[in-house]
Design a protein around this ligand. Structure first.
Ligand SMILES: Cc1cc2nc3c(=O)[nH]c(=O)nc-3n(C[C@H](O)[C@H](O)[C@H](O)COP(=O)(O)OP(=O)(O)OC[C@H]3O[C@@H](n4cnc5c(N)ncnc54)[C@H](O)[C@@H]3O)c2cc1C
Length: 444
């Protein structure tokens, strides 16, 4: 029996835990440790590409009923004089993106985690992991240390696990400041803002970008929830004067709107009317340089290894693609953890590096280039990125399906051996060791 310690119960930690259970690991083999007092989702909205939704469906988490389908991506590039240039993409049925309230996704994942018989140990703040003699000792703040065969750091952009295995591998601040808001209103109120209810609408001007989309519908109460994300480039000197960015004020909203010249009037009104408590100012966005993701029995997943700016809406898609690879590697090579983790890292290296590169390219286009230059180049970058992620999602599904078959073969083999043992037992040929050795003999 393995002991797999997952550090961090964010979206990726939960997706990994569920995938491991689906691949036949027992609840006793999977421990989830979360620093917070409760497991909860932070932030307002999130957009998922179709592949993220279908990979989650494959592990038994159906999000389609809690999201808003967004078949259209409508982008308006605003020239320096405010002239608009429109660029629309329409995705065919089955390939649409989805807008979600983060808490709705999190709730669904938590339900599945509990249905799988797993529990999340909260108030476990991981501080160190020491590897010796084929085992890991995980140290937590104010808690006794625990042993594990494998440790997976899913502890986000400031990962403590990453600091231990790759000291000095730190996130880099991008010169981009972001704000996220949620506006909830009746259909009539929302209609006043003339925003589409089936599209992610993007406005890209000189050094700024806004995107907005509906992310929840409460038909009973007749309420729609819309999410907006507004980000603009900042001067490097501003980086050192960020101060406390956690509270929103009318002055900050005015300053934000001044940074976004030619922002359509109805969008500016909408941002200005969003209640302050429904706006989350982020300090400067950050990203990680591309790096390795495992050392011996410890590996990283999600933002802990590939945090990036949300310019392409890729963060979670890449996390879920990689969590399927990781779970499958552990299933297929459970008798040699370091090899399993090496295989995981080499399987995800190429697409993860490319995703980070494409996102950096889009950051450069949207936050430093003339919007008309961005308009000419963004479509090509997005097109290549769509192809890359579709291929990467397909590959992770293939590896995961292979691990499911291995699980099924092992289970059939186990059943046959137990049956054989019982028959022999009935026929006086008793061998009490038989059923204990069976899992070893059936190992795949
Ligand atoms: C402004 C913004 C907008 C975004 N929009 C999108 C989007 O539209 N689409 C998309 O796909 N992605 C988006 N992303 C990216 C996406 O949010 C992340 O990729 C994703 O949430 C990462 O999940 P995670 O589980 O890896 O990390 P996290 O969500 O950061 O979870 C880490 C968990 O680990 C816990 N933890 C941390 N340290 C410790 C410790 N020492 N011990 C124990 N537990 C610990 C934390 O409490 C947390 O629960 C956005 C990101 C930002 C910043």
């Amino acid at each position: 029996m393995l002991k797999i310690a997952i550090i961090g119960a964010g979206l990726n930690g939960l997706a990994l835990a569920i995938s491991l259970r689906q691949l036949g690991f027992a609840p006793e083999e999977i421990a989830i440790y979360e620093r917070g007092e409760t497991a909860r989702a932070e932030g307002a909205g999130i957009i998922f590409w179709a592949e993220a939704v279908s990979l989650l469906k494959r592990i038994g988490v159906d999000l389609t009923d809690v999201g808003v389908t967004l078949p259209k991506l409508k982008t308006t590039f605003l020239s320096d004089s405010g002239e608009p240039k429109n660029f629309d993409i329409e995705k065919p049925p089955g390939q649409e993106a989805y807008g979600f309230l983060r808490e709705n996704i999190y709730k669904k994942l938590l339900e599945k985690v509990h249905a799988c018989g797993l529990i999340i140990q909260t108030d476990f703040d991981c501080e160190n992991v020491v590897q010796a003699d084929g085992q890991c000792t995980v140290y937590f703040k104010n808690k006794p240390p625990l042993l594990a065969d494998v440790v997976i750091g899913c502890d986000g952009i400031n990962s403590a696990v990453r600091r231990v295995i790759f000291p000095g591998f730190e996130s880099i601040p991008l010169h981009i400041r972001a704000y996220r808001g949620t506006y909830q209103g009746t259909a009539e109120e929302v209609a006043r803002f003339e925003l589409p209810n089936d599209a992610c609408q993007v406005y890209a001007g000189r050094d700024f970008r806004i995107f907005l989309y509906p992310n929840a519908v409460d038909s009973d109460a007749g309420l729609l929830s819309y999410y907006w994300f507004a980000a603009h480039r900042i001067d490097p000197t501003e980086l050192h004067h960020e101060g406390d960015s956690s509270e929103m004020t009318a002055e900050k909203i005015q300053a934000l709107l001044l940074r976004m010249p030619h922002c359509p009037e109805q969008v500016a009104r909408w941002i200005a009317q969003t209640p302050h408590e429904k706006i989350i100012p982020s300090s400067t966005l950050r990203q990680l340089p591309f790096g390795d993701c495992s050392v011996n029995r410890v590996a990283l997943l999600g933002d802990a290894v590939h945090a990036m700016a949300p310019t392409a809406g890729l963060g979670f898609l890449l996390g879920v693609i990689n969590s399927l690879h990781l779970a499958a590697s552990l299933r297929l090579r459970s008798d040699n953890i370091p090899t399993a983790l090496e295989a995981y890292c080499s399987n995800i290296a190429l697409h993860s590096r490319r995703c980070l590169e494409y996102t950096a390219e889009l950051n450069d286009l949207f936050y430093t280039q003339n919007p008309m230059v961005t308009a000419m180049n963004a479509a090509k970058t997005y097109g290549e990125l769509f192809q890359l992620t579709t291929r990467a999602a397909g590959q992770s599904l293939m590896v995961y399906n292979e691990a499911i078959s291995a699980r099924d073969i092992a289970a059939t083999c186990l059943q046959k051996n137990i049956r054989g043992y019982l028959v022999r037992k009935g026929g006086q040929e008793e061998n009490p060791l038989e059923s204990e050795t069976v899992t070893t003999r059936c190992k795949v």
